[in-house]
Structures are given as structure tokens and as C-alpha cells.
Design a protein around this ligand. Structure first.
Ligand SMILES: Cc1cc2nc3c(=O)[nH]c(=O)nc-3n(C[C@H](O)[C@H](O)[C@H](O)COP(=O)(O)OP(=O)(O)OC[C@H]3O[C@@H](n4cnc5c(N)ncnc54)[C@H](O)[C@@H]3O)c2cc1C
Length: 242
């Protein structure tokens, strides 16, 4: 429900108020010019947020948008979201305007992408919008002595975000007219011994719908089983607020 009449949005907020989490913006860090890491502080004593947790903010009078937690510290009452400020919609504008000290309310829900604790190998594919998700997955993989690897489609100016967040995956340049193509070329360049190590991994595909669809087909054609692939489309060309 990305956009609804204001009266309905007001009613939903009033009805859902007892279940809404309240928090204050405790810290802001610009990872790159368009990747804004926002730390929220709240009373999360009774929360058990797990990697992949989705949050939903009301971003203007009539619109709600989904984001993913990129970390959670229950003891300190802190959670973070990494917002990609693409500048094309109210969600991005709202995230740009967030300032330290600002109070926010959000709804939280299970994400489609759950970290597979049974797997030893975890492969990430996504873009700017899924760096936050993979940041928490990376922390989880390290804590479980699992291995992770992957490739993200990023605009060149956002590549420094990966080393800055110590996410040890590769990146290729985004091509708007050829979704996933550079990532598939990158996969084809992978040494056969490396692929032998990773072909049994759990594959997490999150971000642009068209890229996910092409990359998933590529993996299936390469012999990866459908049950190994977990997907969540975070945005689609020309569509508002998935
Ligand atoms: C479950 C879920 C979790 C998500 N987690 C995150 C997260 O942690 N961080 C994050 O930054 N985003 C995340 N997103 C994506 C975010 O909700 C979308 O990018 C959303 O479209 C932003 O809303 P908006 O109002 O700025 O743009 P909208 O009004 O929704 O869209 C306006 C236009 O912008 C285009 N657009 C949307 N996203 C992008 C993009 N990334 N690149 C280029 N064009 C785009 C749309 O196609 C449309 O044409 C998540 C989405 C979902 C569904």
C-alpha cells in the first residue's frame, strides 16, 4: 500500500499507534553522498529483531515506504537503516530530511528474506538498496563462522560503501538498460574451483526487480536449485513504493 488518501493514512496511524515503535534519530553518517546511515534509539527491550527485519515509515501525508534494518543492538536500544537517497520519490526525500534528534514512528514486520542458519555459504546479489540487509547478514555470517561472498550492482560513486562497512563482496557497475548483465559477466569470469565452492550456497537476491529476475534465471540455468535461491524485489522501474 505505497500511496493512499490522507484520511486513510491518518486513520491507519491512529489505529496502529499502540503497535508502532517510537524512536529518535541518534546518529547520522553519510557513507557516500547518497547513502545515509541512520541510527535510531528506542525502547527495544521486548523486540527480537532478526536479520532481514523490515520497517515501514510514513514518509508524507499519503505515502508509506519499506526499509530494512542493517543492524540491531537490543542492550543499547539501537537499530540502523541504510537509506539510498536516489531523489526520485517521497521516501528518498523524507530520508534526506532526517536529522539527529528527530522523533519517528515505524511499523516492523518479518522480511521475505530470512538468513539461512543451516547453510555454511551465503551469496549476496543486490544494489544500493540492499547494502543495509547485507551489512547485517555479513555480521551474522561472521558471528556464525559462516562464509559469505557476492556481487552488487552499484553506481561507481557508491562502491566505497562496501569497504567502509567492511562488506567483503565485489561490485560491478549498474547498467540501467541491461539489468544484471555485468553481474552475470562477473559470474562467468569466476574460476571453476571457486564456483565449485559456492554453487551449493544459499543465494539472496534483493533490490531491483528486473535484475533479480535475470540473475535468478542465470543461476537456475547454471544448475542452482530453486530452493537455494531467496528473493525480495525492493523496487521496480517506474513503480512507486513496493
Ligand atoms: C522490503 C523492502 C525493503 C527495502 N529496504 C530498503 C533499504 O534498506 N534501503 C533503501 O534505500 N531502500 C530499501 N527499499 C527500497 C525502497 O523502499 C524503494 O527504493 C522505494 O521506492 C523508495 O521510495 P521513494 O518514495 O523514494 O520512491 P518511489 O516513489 O517508490 O519511486 C519513485 C521512482 O523512483 C524509482 N526508484 C525507486 N527506487 C529506486 C532505486 N533504488 N534506484 C533508482 N530508481 C529507484 C521508482 O522506480 C520510481 O520510478 C526496500 C523496499 C522493500 C520493498
Amino acid at each position: 500500500m505505497p500511496q493512499i488518501p490522507k484520511w486513510l493514512a491518518d486513520t491507519m496511524i491512529t489505529v496502529a499507534n499502540p503497535w508502532l515503535r517510537q524512536a529518535v534519530v541518534a546518529n547520522i553518517a553519510m557513507i557516500t553522498d547518497e547513502l545515509k546511515q541512520v541510527t535510531f534509539k528506542g525502547d527495544f527491550d521486548h523486540e527480537n529483531f532478526l536479520p532481514g527485519k523490515i520497517v515501514q515509515f510514513r514518509v508524507d501525508d499519503t505515502s508509506f515506504r519499506h526499509y530494512t534494518l542493517s543492524s540491531f543492538n537490543k542492550q543499547q536500544g539501537l537499530c540502523t537503516v541504510l537509506f539510498y537517497l536516489h531523489g526520485k520519490g517521497p521516501g528518498s526525500q523524507w530520508a534526506s530530511s532526517l536529522q539527529e534528534g528527530q522523533h519517528v514512528k515505524f511499523r516492523s514486520g518479518e522480511g521475505k528474506l530470512q538468513y539461512n542458519l543451516q547453510a555454511k555459504h551465503h551469496f549476496f546479489f543486490g544494489d544500493e538498496t540492499s547494502i543495509g540487509l547485507f551489512n547485517w547478514y555479513k555480521t551474522t555470517a561472521l558471528a556464525c563462522s559462516h562464509e559469505y561472498f557476492g556481487v552488487l550492482e552499484l553506481q561507481p560513486q557508491h562502491e566505497p560503501a562496501l569497504p567502509a562497512l567492511k562488506i567483503m563482496v565485489d561490485s560491478v557497475h549498474t547498467t540501467m538498460d541491461a539489468p544484471a548483465v555485468n553481474a552475470i559477466i562477473w559470474m562467468e569470469d569466476m574460476h571453476p574451483d571457486c564456483w565449485a565452492n559456492w554453487k551449493g550456497a544459499t543465494f539472496y537476491l534483493a533490490g531491483r526487480a528486473m535484475s533479480i529476475s535475470r540473475f535468478k534465471k542465470y543461476l537456475l540455468d547454471k544448475g542452482v536449485e530453486a530452493k537455494q535461491i531467496r528473493t525480495d524485489a525492493y523496487w521496480a522501474d517506474g513503480k512507486k513504493g513496493l
